[in-house]
Design a binder for this molecule. Structure first.
Ligand SMILES: Nc1nc2c(ncn2[C@@H]2O[C@H](COP(=O)(O)OP(=O)(O)OP(=O)(O)O)[C@@H](O)[C@H]2O)c(=O)[nH]1
Length: 284
């Protein structure tokens, strides 16, 4: 734009030509910015507000450009007192302030969304992080305490995962974790809570689920993971510790301790199986 302005400024002083160039270039920039916002995901008030300011400013620039071309005598340098000139000055002053605010708020919202995503969802598998799982699980326990429903908790640990990493590398191991999550999601219901406890250990809270039903779910998870090698993918198995309680106001930590003890038994009894803190299960 600077190059385009050299001629009407220094070579041939042409005020109207300068207005046209500046208006057209800026209007294109504002419309392109408004279009870029259209393509953003998860838009809210701030995005629509900023988009509106872009479009409104572009329209004023277009009108100013049109007036300059169609009624050239209405615009005079320095002594310019035309209505469109006042509108232009007011709009640009306001839009600079509004756009600055809009951009700051958009960046703030994006940062907040990223922080929330990182706090709530595991970056590799997409399941709840440990903290998010604990928070949601405690709320679910309190709800089942009030309603008198039973709750079951599964701790699921991938068997011999160190040897999977050793054989297929860390990336191969990551792929197995993703495959495990996808398979387990097929078994869990939409309202079950699923989280990563740490490393290759996962937890699932099954609301309104008694021990018999929890055993069925655990057995199906063991079975679906055992079939992992069928399509040529890396084969893996899991061991599961199951705990079922009638919540009495305790927090998730107490139930986790029971499920953890059951998981320890499943590992000690040969892996690729589930065990319960009360009933010893059949092998998967
Ligand atoms: N690829 C990958 N590996 C991980 C991740 N988190 C933890 N690990 C690995 O998981 C392995 C866990 O090994 P161990 O605790 O010895 O357990 P294991 O080999 O599964 O043995 P058992 O639990 O007895 O069946 C370690 O080698 C960790 O490095 C991860 O996010 N990605």
């Amino acid at each position: 734009m600077a190059a385009l302005l050299v001629w009407p400024t220094f070579v041939h002083d042409d005020y109207r030509f300068r207005i046209v160039i500046v208006s057209v270039v800026n209007a294109c920039f504002f419309l392109a910015s408004a279009f870029a916002i259209t393509r953003m995901s998860a838009k809210g008030f701030v995005e629509y507000f900023t988009q509106f300011i872009f479009v409104a400013t572009a329209l004023v620039l277009a009108v100013r450009c049109g007036v300059t071309l169609l009624a050239p005598n209405t615009l005079q340098p320095l002594t310019n007192t035309s209505f469109i000139h006042y509108v232009y000055l007011a709009t640009t002053s306001f839009s600079i302030l509004a756009l600055s605010l809009g951009f700051i708020m958009m960046i703030n919202r994006r940062l907040q969304q990223r922080l929330e995503a990182a706090a709530f969802h595991d970056g590799l598998t997409g399941v709840f992080t440990r903290t998010a799982f604990f928070d949601s699980a405690n709320m679910e326990l309190a709800r089942c305490h009030r309603s008198g429903d039973k709750v079951s908790l599964l701790i699921i640990d991938l068997d011999d995962f160190k040897s999977i990493n050793d054989r297929f590398g860390h990336l191969g191991g990551d792929g197995v974790l993703i495959d495990f999550v996808n398979r387990t999601r097929q078994v869990l219901r939409s309202h079950d809570l699923f989280g990563r406890y740490g490393g290759e250990e996962f937890v699932a809270l099954l609301p309104v689920t008694d021990q018999k039903q929890a055993h069925e779910v655990a057995g199906r998870i063991c079975a679906i993971c055992q079939r992992s090698g069928e399509a040529g993918a890396t084969a893996f198995t899991v061991s599961i510790g199951v705990a079922t309680v009638q919540p009495g106001g305790e927090d998730i930590g107490a139930i986790l301790a029971q499920a953890d003890a059951a998981l320890y038994r499943a590992k000690r009894n040969g892996k690729n199986r589930y065990e319960s803190h009360v009933v010893i299960s059949t092998a998967a």
